[in-house]
Design a protein around this ligand. Sequence first.
Ligand SMILES: [Mg+2]
Length: 171
Amino acid sequence: MFGNFLPNEHVKSIFDIQPAKLKQKGIKGIITDLDNTLVAWDVRDASPEVINWFEQMKSHDIAVTIISNNNQERVSVFSEPLGTPFVYSARKPLGRAFKTVAKQMNLKKEEIVVIGDQLLTDVLGGNTAGFYTILVVPIVQTDGKITKINRRIERIILNYFRKKGKISWEE
Ligand SMILES: [Mg+2]
């Protein structure tokens, strides 16, 4: 039960995701969520650390695309200064945005990781579409309205995984 909600990996933040390690695994592309994954949901711009993370990926020839369920303004204002491709109103967990981006990257599913802070959108969408998924701890504990509901469901699923011994990290 809930198998598609289980991430392949769980890390504290994107900064634990290093290009050299990804390359070892044959990863050439990253599809990442924006809100509470790269910066807090109510922070407009990328921090210097995030800018540096994107540059590191670029210098290792790892393509990064942001896909977000948030609106055009939010996602473009954040992504354009980074010079990174993006998809807004992506309707995760639906698979279409993931598949479109993989095609644009010209990479196989096995060469792409999906990163995000939510089980119900990022992890479920990434897993269902057949990608390797990495869950990060949300940057802040506050959320927009819809996400608040998702978080309640998420908690139930996480408790289930914990009980079954499928995950060992602490919240
Ligand atoms: Mg998010």
